[in-house]
Design a protein around this ligand. Structure first.
Ligand code: FJE
Ligand code: FE
Length: 289
C-alpha cells in the first residue's frame, strides 16, 4: 500500500507556515488560507487557527455570502446572534454556520484558554442570499472511526466508511486525523476538488514516502488527484485536518466579512448593512450582551 495507493496521488504544491498575528479584540490567529500569499483556494476563503482569552474575543460583526465552520480544540466559544440564536461550543464540538444573506453575531471566549479552527467556505452566486442556517454538532455526534492507530473525526464528508450528517451546500470534506507514531493512512479525495492540510501538532510525511516531513502550523496545498497518503514516522502523535471542496469557479469580491461576486454587490452589501436592509434589519436594534 505504501508505494502506489492511488492512480494519481496528491502531492504537495505549496507549503506555508501560518505565523501568529493579532485579530479581533486581543485574539491571536495563525492564518493558513486567506493570507496574501494564499488568498483563495476555491471554495475556501480563510482558515484561522485561533487562540483567545478573556477579555478578548470577536465582538459584534456581520457576515454575508459564505459559511463559517468553527471546530473547537480546547476551551469554548460562546456565540450570540441578532436573531436570538445563542450557545457555547466546547472541545471537539462544531458549529457550521451558513451566513447566507446575513448574520450579525459575537464570538467570545467561554473559558480561560480557548483554541480552535475557523474555516470560511464560499457560497456560489445562487446561494449567497439564502436564509441563514446553523448546524451544530456536539463532539459525541461527530462520527469517529479508528483503524490501526489512525483516528478520524468526520466533520464533513466521509472517511473509513463513516459519514457526517452535516449538509454542505458547497460540497466539502473536513476530516480531523490523529495518527499514532509509526502509522500510515491513504485517504480518498474526489479527484477534481481543491484540498489542503493544516497540521495542528506533531509532524508528518505527506504525498509520497520520500518527501521531507512537515511540522505543526504549516499549510500544505495539494495537487489534484484521487487521494492523499500520510506517514507518521515520528515518535509523537500527529494531528492534522484534511479539508477539500468542489471549486465554485466564480469571481470573488471580498470586503472583510462580506464575500460576493462583484464590487457593486459589495457596495450594495455595505449599504444593506448600514441601513439595515435585506437580512440586516435587526442591525439597528441588536447588541450582544
Ligand atoms: C472577522 C476580523 C476578525 N478569525 N477565528 C475581521 F477577527 C473576524 C473574525 C474572525 C474569527 C472568529 C473566530 Cl471565533 C475565530 C476568527 C477571524 O470574527 F470576521 C473579520 N471580518
Ligand atoms: Fe463571525
Amino acid at each position: 500500500m505504501s508505494q502506489s495507493a492511488f492512480n494519481t496521488p496528491r502531492l504537495i504544491l505549496k507549503k506555508v507556515l501560518a505565523k501568529s498575528q493579532h485579530e479581533g479584540d486581543g485574539a491571536v490567529v495563525r492564518r493558513g488560507i486567506g493570507r496574501s500569499d494564499l488568498k483563495n483556494l476555491d471554495p475556501f476563503l480563510m482558515l484561522d487557527h485561533f487562540s483567545v482569552s478573556p477579555p478578548g474575543g470577536f465582538p459584534d460583526h456581520p457576515h454575508r455570502g459564505f459559511e463559517t465552520v468553527t471546530y473547537m480544540l480546547e476551551g469554548g466559544i460562546t456565540h450570540q446572534d441578532f436573531a436570538g440564536h445563542k450557545g457555547t461550543i466546547r472541545t471537539g464540538d462544531v458549529q457550521w454556520m451558513t451566513a447566507g444573506r446575513g448574520i450579525i453575531h459575537s464570538e467570545m471566549p467561554a473559558e480561560a484558554n480557548n483554541k480552535g479552527l475557523q474555516l470560511w467556505i464560499n457560497l456560489s452566486a445562487k446561494d449567497k442570499m439564502i436564509e441563514p442556517r446553523y448546524q451544530e454538532l456536539p463532539s459525541e455526534n461527530i462520527p469517529k472511526a479508528e483503524k490501526d492507530g489512525v483516528e478520524v473525526r468526520v466533520v464533513a464528508g466521509e472517511a473509513m466508511g463513516v459519514h457526517s450528517p452535516v449538509y454542505t451546500r458547497t460540497p466539502t470534506m473536513f476530516l480531523v486525523f490523529s495518527m499514532m507514531p509509526g502509522t500510515e493512512w491513504h485517504q480518498i479525495i474526489p479527484e477534481s476538488w481543491n484540498s489542503f492540510v493544516y497540521i495542528i501538532e506533531g509532524e508528518g510525511v505527506f504525498g509520497c514516502p520520500n518527501s521531507p516531513p512537515t511540522v505543526a502550523h504549516h499549510v500544505l496545498v495539494l495537487s489534484l488527484g484521487d487521494g492523499l497518503s500520510v506517514w507518521n514516522n515520528s515518535s509523537k502523535p500527529l494531528r492534522f485536518v484534511l479539508i477539500g471542496g468542489e471549486p465554485i469557479n466564480e469571481p470573488v469580491a471580498q470586503y472583510g466579512p462580506f464575500v460576493m461576486n462583484t464590487q457593486s454587490e459589495i457596495e450594495k452589501t455595505i449599504e444593506d448593512y448600514q441601513y439595515g436592509r435585506n437580512g440586516f434589519e435587526m442591525r439597528k436594534y441588536w447588541r450582544s450582551q
